[in-house]
Design a protein around this ligand. Sequence first.
Ligand code: CA
Length: 224
Amino acid sequence: MHLLVIEDDERLGRVLKRLLEEDRHVVDVAVDGETGLDLAEADGIDAVILDIGLPDMSGIEVARRLRKRGSQTAILMLTARDTVTDRVTGLDAGADDYLVKPFAFEELSARLRALGRRAEPGPRRGEPRLEAGPIALDESARRVTVRGRTVDLSPREFSLLECFLRHPGQTLTRDQLLDQAWPYSAVVTPNAVDAYVHYLRTKLGDAGSRVETVRGVGYRLSDA
Ligand code: CA
């Protein structure tokens, strides 16, 4: 893969570059957010390894700007903090996965392989357009509408809705939703599902009531 490491700790940046190159990746390094953003938008970057603590702007801001500009590049966030709020904020900003520092290089390597597999176009995706009542999700355009009006969802909210739309009328447990909407983030807690269901309902407006709580079990998308 062609990787971009955005990390202001120059020593760590050098070590990562060397190890990743030994892993047969092509590696660019940026030491601040602005340079990182410029490089990330260059053609052919498959994944960005993004430190949260950068001198000019936070890695969360870098992720947010990349997604806002329409970049689909995989983002793996490196964070020194280990609180649910930071992780959820990072993922909500558009990161696909994260690692808490200090981490074992083997783990970084494994997560990059997972992101690489995800990025490959494959036959595992089905119908590109999913619908339930007034809600429509166009997978190829990454667009959600309610009665034709576009709803702006974060990547995680999009995955969650996609999960519901693939299983209309079926009760999904928090663990099932975690597995499907957070496939590469083993450390997300079931509470994150509740938080994201809440965001999703709010953004869907009156159609949000279709996401029903199944007490003690999980959630279900009403297909009635
Ligand atoms: Ca840093």
